[in-house]
Design a protein around this ligand. Structure first.
Ligand code: UTP
Length: 293
C-alpha cells in the first residue's frame, strides 16, 4: 500500500461536454465562468488550499485554452501594472500555476473517467493522489479536499467524498455501501452506479472528489469497459475494495453545484453572485423583480 502525503491532483477535462452544447462547441465547458473565473479555476483553488503542489490535467483536442488560462501572461500583466489596475493584476496572477507545476496529458478519445485517470499514470507515479471532477463546484470552508486530506492522514488508503441525498434521487448517481459500525470514518464496503431506488445500498452518493492510492492504476488496467462502453472508476475502486484495500467515505456537507449542466451552472452563478459583496445588492434586486408578486 502506498502511503504518504498527497501532493498531486488529477483533473479529468477531456469530456465532450455534450450537455452544454452548443456553448461547448469551441470552448471547453471547464472554462465557462462562474462569477469572475472559470469553473475549473475554482476547483484548482480548492486543490491548492488543500496543499496540492502539482496539477495534472487530462485534456483532449480543442481544450488548449485550459493550458493558456493557467499560464502566466506577461503582456497583460505589464499593461495592468502600467495602468495601476492592481486588483485585476493580482487576480490574473493568482490564476497562474507556477512554472513546471502544471502537467498536461492527452486522452485520445472519451473512453470514460476511469480511462482518463489511467492516462495520468506516469505523471502521478507511485504515490497517492487526488482526483477532482471539475464539473462539480463544491463550496465549503475548509474546502472538500482539505477535509478529505485530514481524514486521509488518519486512515490512509482511498477516500471518496459522499453526500446524502433524498432516497428517491439515488438512481441518478454512484452510490456507496457503508459499514455502519465503523463510526465517524465510515468504511466503504462497495459501490454501485445508478442503482434502482429499491436496490440502493444507502443514500450516500459519490460526489466528485477522490483520494486514490497508486494501486488503483493496476486495478484500472484490469477493468473492462462497463456502463456505456466506458471504463468506470467505480468498477476499479470496487476491485480495490474486493482486494481488501481500505476505502473510507468523507461526508461532505457543503454546497455542490453540477456545472456540467445548465441548471447547476446557473444556480452556481446565482449563489456565488449573491455571496459577492460588489454585486449582491443589484443581483438580489433583479431577482426580486423577476419573481411573481
Ligand atoms: P462527464 O460525463 O460529466 O463529462 O464526466 P462529459 O462527458 O464531458 O459530459 P456530457 O455528459 O457530455 O455533458 C465527468 C468528468 O470526467 C471527464 C469530463 O471532462 C468531466 O470533467 N471525462 C469524462 C474525461 O476526462 N474523459 C472521459 O472519457 C469522460
Amino acid at each position: 500500500m502506498t502511503e504518504g502525503s498527497v501532493r498531486k491532483a488529477v483533473f479529468p477535462v477531456a469530456g465532450l461536454g455534450t450537455r452544454f452544447l452548443p456553448a461547448t462547441k469551441a470552448i471547453p465547458k471547464e472554462l465557462l465562468p462562474v462569477l469572475d473565473r472559470p469553473v475549473l479555476q475554482w476547483v484548482v483553488e480548492e486543490a491548492r488550499e488543500a496543499g496540492i503542489e502539482e496539477f495534472i490535467f487530462v485534456t483532449a483536442r480543442g481544450k488548449e485554452a485550459i493550458a493558456d488560462h493557467f499560464d502566466a501572461h506577461p503582456p497583460l500583466e505589464e499593461t495592468l501594472a502600467t495602468k495601476g489596475k492592481d486588483a485585476l493584476l493580482a487576480a490574473v496572477r493568482a490564476a497562474s500555476i507556477p512554472a513546471g507545476k502544471a502537467v498536461f496529458v492527452r486522452q485520445d478519445a472519451p473512453k470514460g473517467l476511469g480511462h482518463a485517470i489511467a492516462c495520468a499514470r506516469e505523471a502521478v507515479g507511485d504515490e497517492p493522489f487526488a482526483v477532482l471532477l471539475p464539473d462539480m463546484l463544491m463550496r465549503a470552508r475548509p474546502g472538500c479536499l482539505a477535509g478529505m486530506m485530514r481524514l486521509h492522514e488518519r486512515t490512509g488508503g482511498g477516500i471518496i467524498a459522499v453526500e446524502q441525498v433524498p432516497r428517491e434521487e439515488v438512481f441518478k448517481y454512484g452510490v456507496v455501501a457503508l459499514d455502519e459500525s465503523s463510526g465517524e470514518a465510515m468504511r466503504i464496503t462497495g459501490m454501485v452506479e445508478k442503482p434502482p431506488v429499491e436496490e440502493a445500498p444507502s443514500d450516500f452518493i459519490i460526489s466528485g472528489r477522490y483520494i486514490l492510492p497508486a494501486e488503483i492504476f493496476s486495478h484500472l488496467e484490469q477493468t473492462a469497459p462497463g456502463a456505456g462502453g466506458e471504463i468506470q472508476i467505480t468498477d476499479a475502486m470496487q476491485r480495490a475494495i474486493d482486494a481488501g484495500e481500505p476505502y473510507h467515505a468523507y461526508h461532505f456537507t457543503g454546497e455542490t453545484y453540477d456545472c456540467g449542466g445548465k441548471t447547476g451552472f446557473l444556480m452556481a452563478n446565482i449563489a456565488f453572485g449573491l455571496a459577492d459583496a460588489e454585486i449582491r445588492e443589484d443581483l438580489a434586486a433583479f431577482m426580486r423583480g423577476m419573481l411573481p408578486e
